[in-house]
Design a protein around this ligand. Structure first.
Ligand code: FPP
Length: 255
């Protein structure tokens, strides 16, 4: 058997910054409902304070010079929530895109949206595509907004696209590779997350970036999302900086 594998598994492109910080941090912003319940407030109050935490977190990420930040803002499964909560979350997205867009644009942040677009209300879709168009040329951090997003749905749509190319003769089955699948995902061109932070103490991926998370470091913060602040963010980054990432290989000192 040859010592050199014929198909090398390359480490996912890690978008690291020089000082060892992760280049791409993704957030599962969990715990809004529990935060509100603990205060005897309606769940929607938790989401409203969650938007404040999101603003703080984006500002801190920009200050730190992160390359990419992804937020799980509405999952393809969140439609199962009561209608009032779903429409409140839609309203929050509108508010975020309308009130915060100029600050985001002035901070040289580029917005990318991932998730299923077909079923979205046309006015929401327009806000999302307008935000992407306005910020397209920005060269600072990329803020990836996962909206109506589910990893299984994303992977299914990507496979369907490749299957259509095979059916039309544009692509041979042999040409279906990890790179081809990567390029068909909503996240095409975005490096895999180095670090995924989930708040509220839950320890699951919940259908978030399941392909892209293959080598991500996972960090579970006990803090409920509306309380997530600079200190909690820095604690996650400190923890990440102490980790040994091997991508299935060995560290230099073990070779
Ligand atoms: C999970 O908490 C959170 C969400 C489903 C929505 C996340 C939304 C925000 C952080 C506000 C900003 C929103 C947008 C759209 C920009 P949960 O409700 O599941 O909390 P629980 O597990 O305590 O019930």
């Amino acid at each position: 058997m040859s010592a050199t594998p014929d198909r090398s598994i390359t480490a996912p492109e890690a978008a690291r910054t020089a000082d060892g910080l992760p280049g791409h941090v993704a957030f599962i912003m969990d715990g809004n409902g529990r935060w509100a319940q603990a205060r005897g407030l309606p769940r929607t109050e938790g989401h409203r304070h969650g938007l404040e935490a999101l603003r703080r977190t984006v500002r801190h990420a920009v200050r730190l010079g992160l390359g990419y930040m992804t937020i799980y803002s509405f999952s393809s499964e969140n439609w199962r929530r009561p209608e009032t909560e779903v429409s409140f979350l839609m309203g929050l997205l509108r508010r975020f895109l309308q009130r915060d867009l100029s600050e985001i644009h002035n901070a040289n942040v580029r917005i990318r949206v991932i998730g299923q677009r077909e079923d979205l209300d046309s006015s929401i879709l327009k806000l999302l595509t307008d935000a992407e168009a306005l910020t397209r040329e920005n060269s600072g951090m990329t803020l990836v907004v996962a909206f109506n997003y589910g990893a299984r749905d994303e992977i299914t749509r990507a496979i369907r696209r490749l299957a259509q190319e095979v059916a039309s003769g544009e692509l041979s089955p042999e040409a279906i590779s990890e790179d081809a699948l990567n390029a068909s995902l909503d996240t095409a061109g975005i490096p895999d997350p180095d670090l995924i932070i989930r708040t509220s103490g839950e320890r699951r991926l919940s259908n978030f970036l399941m392909w892209q998370a293959a080598y991500s470091e996972l960090y579970f913060s006990p803090v409920l999302w509306p309380d997530f602040d600079r200190e909690a963010f820095d604690a996650a980054l400190d923890d990440y900086c102490g980790r040994d990432r091997r991508f299935g290989g060995l560290t230099a000192k073990a070779l």
